[in-house]
Write a protein that binds this ligand. Structure first.
Ligand SMILES: *[C@@H]1O[C@H](CO)[C@@H](O)[C@H](O)[C@H]1NC(C)=O
Ligand SMILES: *[C@@H]1O[C@H](CO)[C@@H](O)[C@H](O)[C@H]1NC(C)=O
Ligand SMILES: *[C@@H]1O[C@H](CO)[C@@H](O)[C@H](O)[C@H]1NC(C)=O
Ligand SMILES: *[C@@H]1O[C@H](CO)[C@@H](O)[C@H](O)[C@H]1NC(C)=O
Ligand SMILES: *[C@@H]1O[C@H](CO)[C@@H](O)[C@H](O)[C@H]1NC(C)=O
Length: 396
């Protein structure tokens, strides 16, 4: 036991010394836009608006295969009274009824890849996108606008089953106007790296530093939609359990308590993020985390509900002129070898400047650590009673 612990320690030291370098060099080679992922490359006969002759047949888009009504749209282009939104640069692509675009990518078999893309809906309320790396697929609901600019970056993760994968975006909608459908732009990919579990913390990626690709000059963060498969996540270690998304934020554009990345809980009680952490039954643990605001004009009050096993605690953020965050903790006694920790925002917050963009409390640096067993007896009894009450309540 002691021997294996020491060995583990040396392995972690080795990993600590070497992995950041390895991870850095391998990741940067592959991270970023996929070929023509911003749709700014001109088709051989020019963009539709500059084409000298009226195009016949399907739109050609360099580096992409298309099927159905796929259109290159330009910023400022109108459809009736509606100005089409182009998230970045001058061009983007629009998928009409049943239309799809796809591209084959060279990947490393067995790795997890996260795909970041920007999407906006156009004419219909209930637009959605089917993003797939067949046979895996995920439907992204574009009904909720998370911010007033009318588009959002999203990230979804896939497992590479082979050395190439086909990345496919499909509009599954059927509108009266067959050209109506989502606009997509800025498609980037990043190979995921799952950080090791720190030695004094049961939470993997508790500082949220490892996550989906983010464009340096995009200030909207990246939305993480529902992801029930904890093994294939754009946020290694974590699961977005609920119907609504989280926002992954960066320190270039938001107040982040620690490091360069954090999570903003933008969906009230419908945005739950969780992780199953390894614990030893009957031992006492502490869940600690940093709770703050993102400095995005989010209207207070801000509060989270934090869960650890059968314990739950409502934590309010107390505004403080000296800091954008505070430290919080929740004590619990583990009941099993795996304990679920989870967070959601107690309130549905919006920005005070536009009253529309969704925002919320920020969490960062989540830790679960063994906190000793002093005064275990009485506390254990209380925990047991609370646990029983919890079981009774949840079985009603
Ligand atoms: C194009 O889409 C249609 C309708 O979804 C489908 O039946 C057809 O197989 C697709 N063609 C190709 C080449 O993928
Ligand atoms: C972001 O930066 C890239 C590369 O510097 C540039 O091509 C792109 O146009 C920029 N996007 C925005 C929204 O400014
Ligand atoms: C999404 O696309 C994939 C691959 O084309 C397909 O297998 C899946 O059934 C689609 N899902 C929905 C909800 O249309
Ligand atoms: C902020 O910092 C100043 C100086 O360190 C201190 O006097 C003040 O009490 C702090 N304010 C709060 C709200 O903590
Ligand atoms: C949790 O336990 C620690 C000591 O182990 C104590 O300092 C802290 O106040 C406790 N937190 C709560 C919220 O009870």
């Amino acid at each position: 036991m002691a021997g294996s612990f020491t060995r583990m320690k040396w392995v972690s030291i080795f990993v600590l010394l070497h992995l950041p370098h390895l991870a850095f060099t391998t990741l940067t080679e592959e991270d970023g836009l996929v070929p023509n992922g911003d749709f700014e490359q001109s088709p051989s006969n020019g963009f539709p608006s500059e084409a000298i002759v009226e195009q016949s047949g399907p739109t050609e888009i360099p580096n992409w295969k298309t099927n159905g009504t796929v259109e290159l749209v330009e910023s400022g282009q109108k459809q009736g009274a509606l100005i089409l939104i182009v998230p970045q640069g001058r061009h983007a692509v629009r998928l009409g009824n049943d239309a799809e675009i796809s591209q084959d990518l060279t990947v490393e078999k067995g790795s997890i890849y996260s795909v970041t893309f920007s999407a906006a809906r156009t004419c219909a309320q209930l637009e959605s996108l089917n993003v797939s790396v067949p046979p895996a697929s995920q439907t992204i609901d574009l009904q909720t606008l998370y911010n007033v600019q009318g588009w959002d970056p999203y990230a979804v993760a896939f497992n590479a089953d082979a050395d190439t994968m086909t990345l496919l975006f499909k509009n599954t909608g059927m509108e009266d106007d067959p050209t109506c459908g989502p606009i997509i732009d800025n498609i980037a990919i990043k190979k995921m790296f799952t950080p090791d579990r720190p030695k004094d913390n049961a939470v993997i990626n508790g500082d949220f530093e490892e996550g989906p690709f983010m464009f340096k000059n995009t200030s909207l963060g990246v939305l993480l939609p529902t992801n029930l498969d904890e093994e294939t996540s754009s946020l290694p270690g974590w699961t977005v359990e609920s119907n609504r998304a989280m926002r992954y934020v960066d320190s270039d554009h938001y107040a982040v308590p620690e490091g360069k990345r954090a999570i903003e809980l933008v969906s009230g009680k419908e945005g739950i993020i969780s992780q199953m952490v390894e614990t030893t039954p009957n031992k006492q643990y502490s869940l600690t985390f940093l709770l703050g605001h993102a400095d995005d004009k989010c209207k207070q009050p801000l509060a989270v509900m934090a869960f650890a096993g059968d314990q739950a605690q409502n934590v309010h953020y107390t505004p403080n002129s000296n800091s954008t965050f505070q430290s919080s903790n929740l004590n619990f006694t583990a009941k099993a070898e795996r304990t679920r920790i989870a967070f959601y925002s107690v309130y549905y917050n919006t920005r005070s400047d536009d009253m529309t963009s969704l925002c919320g409390p920020v969490i960062d640096d989540v830790r679960v650590w063994f906190s000793g067993s002093r005064r275990n007896g009485l506390r254990g009894l209380w925990v047991a009673i609370l646990g029983l009450v919890w079981v009774l309540i949840s079985s009603i």
